[in-house]
Design a protein around this ligand. Structure first.
Ligand code: COA
Length: 181
């Protein structure tokens, strides 16, 4: 277990831990990803996302984690995967101090309870442990999570227009954020 956290005094704590590949973890991650995309979450995929595509993505991601190229964290409420985030560590040789945050998502029925904030704080702790002093990320301009990242101290570097398609179609810009940790 990496850490537990409470959003406020009467909210439950979530157990945050790095994930490794198992049929159960793949199934939970895939179910979460398919649902997030279906409800408009801009996390790199188009709706409808099949369970097979989602499983293939997470399988490759967890293999990369086994090789040390990334860390995939899960936030658990007992046996339920409430959310996940990935810290990408595989940066070019001239950027050994940098990490990238990706694939942050919280189950819809767990939103607004501090799951994502706890995951980001855990990622920042891990980044420091891996001697990473600069974190970067991007989020969709339309219905993305800019305000969430700003609350956590991430600095908006700028917006690239028409960067990606939204899960149900139509272009959106992307906003780049950074933070020194
Ligand atoms: C963005 C997301 C991860 C937030 O998860 P969450 O667990 O609900 O977040 P938290 O409960 O930790 O929220 C912390 C704070 O940020 C706010 N917040 C959360 N999501 C927000 C958003 N999209 N926009 C603005 N504010 C947001 C919350 O209201 C809360 O504010 P408070 O501290 O004043 O109460 C979740 O909405 C999600 O999975 N969205 C779909 C996928 C996605 O867009 N991921 C981001 C890709 S870059």
């Amino acid at each position: 277990m990496l850490s537990t956290d409470t959003h406020s005094i009467d909210m439950p704590a979530f157990e945050i831990r790095p994930l490794s590949c198992s049929a159960e973890i793949l199934s939970m991650l895939s179910e979460l990803l398919v649902d997030v995309v279906a409800y408009g979450g801009s996390v790199g995929f188009m709706h409808p996302l099949s369970s097979e595509q989602a499983q293939a993505f997470w399988h490759n991601s967890l293999l990369a984690a086994d090789l040390g190229a990334r860390i995939v964290l899960g936030a658990f409420d007992e046996d339920t995967l409430a959310g996940t985030v990935t810290l990408l560590l595989d940066c070019p040789p001239n950027q050994p101090h940098r990490g990238e945050i990706a694939k942050l998502m919280t189950r819809r029925d767990y939103r607004g309870r501090g799951v994502a904030s706890s995951l980001i704080r855990a990622v920042e702790t891990l980044a420091v442990e891996h001697r990473r002093s600069l974190l970067v990320l991007d989020t969709a301009a339309d219905e993305g999570a800019s305000a969430f990242y700003e609350k956590l101290g991430y600095v908006r570097a700028g917006e690239i227009p028409d960067y990606a398609l939204k899960p149900h179609g139509g272009l959106t810009g992307t906003i780049i954020f950074w933070k020194k940790v």
